[in-house]
Design a protein around this ligand. Structure first.
Ligand code: AMP
Length: 112
């Protein structure tokens, strides 16, 4: 079992977050250090440290996270212009919090 992270505390409502979506499986909230006018994190309530630790049984959960990113982009009014969905994996991929999360950000022209 992976170690608890700050995201477990957000799921448990032990520390505040600006939550934009929640259901039984996932939670989405605003990134505390946004890289764009809209920057949400979409996380599973189940603790999975990295994408490398996801199993075939997590397939539907991962798909649900992706579709929620699209839904939230539409709700934020940035879907048509475009946005980015990104998951960092391990240190080399820029992952800092070891509880998988999708970044969904946009609202400005993204380079690269
Ligand atoms: P990553 O580098 O992919 O692991 O991204 C972790 C992200 O979590 C960063 O963009 C942080 O700004 C964000 N973050 C860390 N702590 C919090 C928090 N308490 N509430 C919201 N976002 C956070």
């Amino acid at each position: 079992m992976s170690e608890e992270t700050i995201f477990d505390k957000i799921i448990a409502k032990q520390i505040p977050a600006d939550i934009v979506y929640e259901d039984e499986q996932i939670l989405a909230f605003k990134d505390i250090a946004p890289k764009a006018p809209v920057h949400y994190l979409i996380i599973p309530k189940k603790r999975i440290a990295t994408l490398n630790d996801a199993n075939p049984e997590d397939q539907a959960l991962l798909g649900h996270m992706m579709l929620t990113a699209s839904k939230l982009a539409t709700e934020a009014g940035i879907a048509e212009d475009g946005y980015r969905v990104q998951m960092n994996v391990n240190k080399g991929g820029g992952q800092v919090v070891f509880h998988i999360h999708l970044h969904m950000f946009g609202g400005r022209q993204l380079a690269e």
